[in-house]
Design a protein around this ligand. Structure first.
Ligand code: ADE
Length: 225
């Protein structure tokens, strides 16, 4: 999969893809992440990217031309399956959205800053708008990192154990069950005996029960859907 990200703060995205699973995905050639500095498309001597909003009010708006020129340049090379704008008023990210996105070949992410981007860019180019939750970040970069991470780990061959993403929380609309490792007793708390029994089918049943219980207690909304 190829992912392009347009950002005014590309440095913010140096670290999220340089470690652990995202790093491995790229080393294995399963994922390419290209971060493009929007400043390269800024207007005039000052490489201007934003301007006052029509109608007045506080906060600058990212202008059409730099974004459009950057997108059009990229589209000379790539046909995108989705052009995604990260924004708090987008559709809320969930696992099924990440699953769907992980099946595409080329994705473009646009990170907003300031008061947002000119609405006409959304109308003209953006095909999907994603929010990572009901709170406002200072820019779209951290949101893009979250979305790309959630997609990248789903690409076939990325995770060491091919099946392990299948058992993540949310994959079956359930939260994951509790997990334990050594020691068997910690501060007087012992590992549930069933997990030491070696009885695979019973362990699976226990995990399913625990997942349901946890979901019921913490996220009953998932069961309603
Ligand atoms: N940009 C600012 N806040 C955001 C959010 N919650 N989700 C996605 N993009 C954002």
């Amino acid at each position: 999969m190829r992912i392009d990200i347009i950002s005014v703060m590309p440095e913010l995205l140096d670290s999220p893809f340089a470690h652990s699973i995202m790093k491995r995905a790229q080393e294995k050639g399963l994922l390419t992440v290209n971060v493009h500095n929007l400043r390269d498309y800024g207007l005039g001597r000052h490489k201007q990217l934003d301007d006052y909003q029509y109608g007045g009010g506080a906060g600058m708006v990212m202008m059409c031309e730099p974004l459009a020129n950057c997108i059009l340049d990229l589209q000379k090379e790539v046909t995108y399956d989705e052009i995604i704008f990260l924004t708090p008023d987008g559709k809320r990210l969930n696992q099924s959205m990440s699953n769907r996105l992980s099946m595409y070949k080329n994705l473009l992410f646009i990170c907003g800053h300031y008061k947002g981007i000119d609405e006409r860019i959304r109308e003209e180019f953006v095909t999907m708008e994603i929010s990572i939750g009901d709170f406002v970040l200072s820019g779209g970069e951290l949101a893009a990192a979250v979305v790309v991470d959630s997609i990248g780990r789903l690409l076939p061959g990325v995770l060491g154990d091919e099946t392990s993403a299948l058992f993540d929380s949310f994959q079956d609309d359930l939260l994951a069950p509790p997990v334990y490792t050594r020691p068997e007793t910690y501060r007087g708390r012992t590992v549930p005996p069933i997990l030491l029994s070696g009885h695979t089918r019973k362990i699976e049943e226990w995990r399913m029960e625990q997942a349901e219980k946890r979901t019921m207690e913490r996220r009953p909304d998932l069961l309603e859907d």
